[in-house]
Design a protein around this ligand. Structure first.
Ligand code: DLL
Length: 433
C-alpha cells in the first residue's frame, strides 16, 4: 500500500497545483523585488517589474540565476530577510572558488523537513521504523535534512553521520535499523563490508534505503538492492534550494516526484537558454516558491535530465524528473566526444564489475588520454596475465560501443580504489586547459 505524508497536496489535481504555483510565484517575485537588490537589478535590466508576473505562465520572462551569481553575491547578497530572522546556514561541498552559503529561516527549515518526510514516507517509513542516517552532518545538508524528516515522520532516528563503517553495521544490526539513508556509493561500501563480515541480505534488518546526493545508475541500484536485500529509493536535492527532498522516488521507482507546491521546475537548452517542451533532455532550472531566506528564482542547476507529467502508479501527481545523467560540468569532453561518468558506470556494472572505478583524463602531446581503472571483484580476481588482458579487451570494446571512443582499461586488484563515505570522486582530470 502506498503511503503519503501529505496526501492532499502530493496527489492534488494538476489544476490545484498550478493554482498554488501561480499564487506563490506572484508573492515570491514581490518578496524578492522588495528584499533582494541583486535580483531586482537583474529584473530592471530586463525592463521587468513584479506587475509583469501575473502567474506561472510568465515565469519565462524572469532572468536566470547561475552559480556565478551566487558566488558574486557571497555571502549575503541573495538573502531575502534580515539576518536576525535566519536560524541556520548550510554550504555546498564544492572545492573550487567561494563556497555557496544558503540561509534558512525556521519556516524554511520546516518546509524542507516536510519534503524529507514525504520522501521517507514514500519509501515506506512510519513511526514504527528505525531510520539510520549515514549522510554527513554539518555544513552538508544530507544528514540534517533527513534527520528532520525522520523526526517529522516520528521514526526512531539514529544520527550516525558518515564514516566508522563497522560501527554503522553494528548499529544497523543491534538497533534493528529498517531504513538506511546515505550516498549510493557509501551504501555499496556498507554492503561490501557486511559481506566480508559474513552477513547476507537475510541477516540484515534493513528494508529500504534512501540514496542520493550523487549520480548513480540503475545497475548500481540493482546491485545495492541485492546485496542489502532492500528496495533502494533515489532522492535528489541541492543546497541552494534547501537540500535533499526537492524530489524523491515513490514505489514505482520510475523518476523522482518534484515537490511542486514548493518548486517550479523547467528544462532549458543550456546553450540557447530556451525553455524546452516536456520530455526533452536539458538543464534543470528551479524556482523556489516559498523560501524566505534564500529565495532563488530560475536557478540553473547544471543537472541534465528530463521531466514527465505522465500519470504515476503511486497516485502522486507532481511532475517527475529522470535520474540526472550527471551535471553539465561533470560531463567530460574527451577528444571532442561528450562522456558522462554514469555511462561508464552502466557499462562496468553490466559487465559484472562493482561500482569501484576511477576515470583518469590527461592531455599528452595535445591529445586527450582517457583511462578507466576498474577493480576486479573477489570472484573474478586472477593474476593470470592472459585472462586479465582478455577481460580488459572485453571492457575496452563495451566502452567503445557505448561512448564511441576508445579508453585504456586497467584492471586493478580488489580493494585498491579508495572507498567513499560521502560523494564518490569518480573523475581525475589532469588536463590543464
Ligand atoms: O547533495 C543534497 C542531497 C543530500 C541530496 C542527500 C540527496 C541526498 P549538494 O551537495 O548541494 O546537495 O549537491 C547538489 O548533487 O545539483 C546534483 O548534481 C547532485 N545530486 C543530488 N542528488 C542527486 C541524485 C546535495 N539523486 C548536487 N542523483 C545536485 C544525481 C544528485 N545527482
Amino acid at each position: 500500500m502506498e503511503r503519503y505524508y501529505q496526501k492532499e497536496i502530493e496527489c492534488a489535481p494538476r489544476e490545484t497545483i498550478k493554482a498554488i504555483q501561480d499564487e506563490k510565484l506572484v508573492k515570491q517575485v514581490r518578496h524578492v523585488w522588495d528584499n533582494v537588490p541583486y535580483y531586482r537589478k537583474k529584473m530592471e535590466e530586463k525592463g521587468l517589474t513584479p506587475d509583469d508576473i501575473k502567474s506561472s505562465d510568465d515565469l519565462y520572462k524572469l532572468p536566470f540565476l547561475s552559480k556565478a551569481d551566487l558566488r558574486e553575491s557571497y555571502p549575503y547578497g541573495l538573502v531575502g530577510v534580515p539576518l536576525k530572522d535566519c536560524v541556520r546556514i548550510h554550504s555546498t561541498s564544492g572545492t573550487t572558488g567561494k563556497r555557496v552559503v544558503a540561509f534558512y529561516t525556521q519556516h524554511d527549515i520546516d518546509l524542507w523537513e516536510e519534503c524529507c518526510a514525504r520522501a521517507i514516507t514514500a519509501a515506506g517509513g512510519t513511526n514504527e521504523d528505525v531510520v539510520q542516517i549515514s549522510y554527513g552532518y554539518g555544513l552538508f545538508t544530507g544528514g540534517p535534512g533527513l534527520n528532520g524528516g525522520s523526526h517529522k515522520v516520528g521514526s526512531l532516528t539514529i544520527p550516525t553521520s558518515s564514516g566508522n563503517t563497522d560501527r554503522q553495521i553494528m548499529f544497523i544490526m543491534d538497533l534493528n535499523a529498517t531504513i538506511l539513508c546515505c550516498t549510493p556509493s557509501y551504501a555499496a561500501y556498507l554492503g561490501e563490508r557486511m559481506k566480508e563480515m559474513g552477513y547476507g541480505p537475510e541477516d540484515i534488518p534493513l528494508k529500504a534505503g534512501i540514496f542520493g546526493a550523487e549520480a548513480w545508475s540503475e545497475e548500481m541500484r540493482r546491485d545495492i538492492e541485492k546485496t542489502l536485500g532492500i528496495k533502494a529509493y533515489d532522492i535528489y536535492g541541492l543546497t541552494e534550494l534547501s537540500g535533499p527532498g526537492v524530489a524523491f522516488e515513490c514505489s514505482a521507482q520510475n523518476g523522482m516526484h518534484i515537490n511542486e507546491d514548493h518548486f517550479i521546475a523547467e528544462i532549458i537548452d543550456p546553450n540557447t537558454l530556451e525553455v524546452l517542451p516536456e520530455g526533452s533532455q536539458g538543464e534543470l532550472v528551479f524556482t523556489s516558491l516559498d523560501k524566505e531566506a534564500y529565495p532563488l528564482l530560475r536557478y540553473r542547476t547544471r543537472d541534465i535530465c528530463t521531466l514527465t507529467r505522465e500519470p504515476c502508479s503511486c497516485g502522486r501527481t507532481h511532475v517527475r524528473m529522470s535520474k540526472p545523467k550527471g551535471r553539465s560540468d561533470d560531463m567530460l569532453i574527451i577528444r571532442g566526444v561528450n562522456v558522462f561518468p554514469s555511462q561508464i558506470e552502466t557499462v562496468l556494472l553490466n559487465e559484472g564489475y562493482a561500482a569501484n572505478y576511477q576515470i583518469i583524463v590527461d592531455r599528452v602531446n595535445n591529445t586527450d588520454t582517457f583511462e578507466v581503472q576498474v577493480e576486479m571483484t573477489n570472484e573474478m580476481f586472477t593474476d593470470n596475465v592472459g585472462e586479465v588482458s582478455a577481460k580488459q579487451k572485453a571492457l575496452v570494446d563495451a566502452l567503445k560501443s557505448m561512448l564511441g571512443i576508445r579508453a585504456k582499461v586497467t584492471l586493478v586488484a580488489p580493494k585498491t580504489i579508495t572507498r567513499s563515505e560521502g560523494k564518490a570522486v569518480r573523475v581525475i582530470d589532469r588536463r590543464k586547459i
